[in-house]
Write a protein that binds this ligand. Structure first.
Ligand code: SF4
Ligand code: SF4
Length: 113
């Protein structure tokens, strides 16, 4: 499940530098994937590229955008369901130079007690 930013966003920009997959862009800014540029998904508000979001699986124990958002508008997108395994594979594809630790409660929101 990709995380999404709702219309409650106040454009504070706090989330963008926290994303380990560079999945967050300011409104109107083109997003990059495999060296190709794509038109902005939102022209007015910060947005998350579903193809680049892993719900922070592989990196952190919870979604970092949601952790810093002052208005709690980074939420799971119910239309973009993915398994933990799919998200971990995505994280590896997005970060080919990174050594990932095995999934645990330290780097997957799915492992929390
Ligand atoms: S959940 Fe994690 S990977 Fe997805 S946009 Fe937020 S910070 Fe980036
Ligand atoms: S932290 Fe929240 S309010 Fe700020 S830009 Fe990101 S989504 Fe919008």
């Amino acid at each position: 499940m990709s995380t999404m930013i709702t219309e409650e966003c106040i454009n504070c920009g706090a989330c963008e530098p926290e994303c380990p997959n560079v999945a967050i862009y300011a409104g109107g800014v083109q997003w990059e994937f495999n060296g190709e540029m794509h038109d902005a998904i939102s022209n007015d508000l910060y947005y998350i590229v579903p193809e680049k979001c892993t719900e922070c699986v592989g990196h952190f124990d919870r979604e970092q955008c949601a952790a810093v958002c002052p208005v709690d508008c980074c939420v799971p997108d119910p239309n973009k369901a993915e398994t933990e395994e799919q998200l971990f594979e995505k994280a590896k594809r997005l970060n080919p130079g990174k050594e990932f630790a095995a999934l645990s409660e330290a780097n997957s929101r799915f492992r929390k007690a």
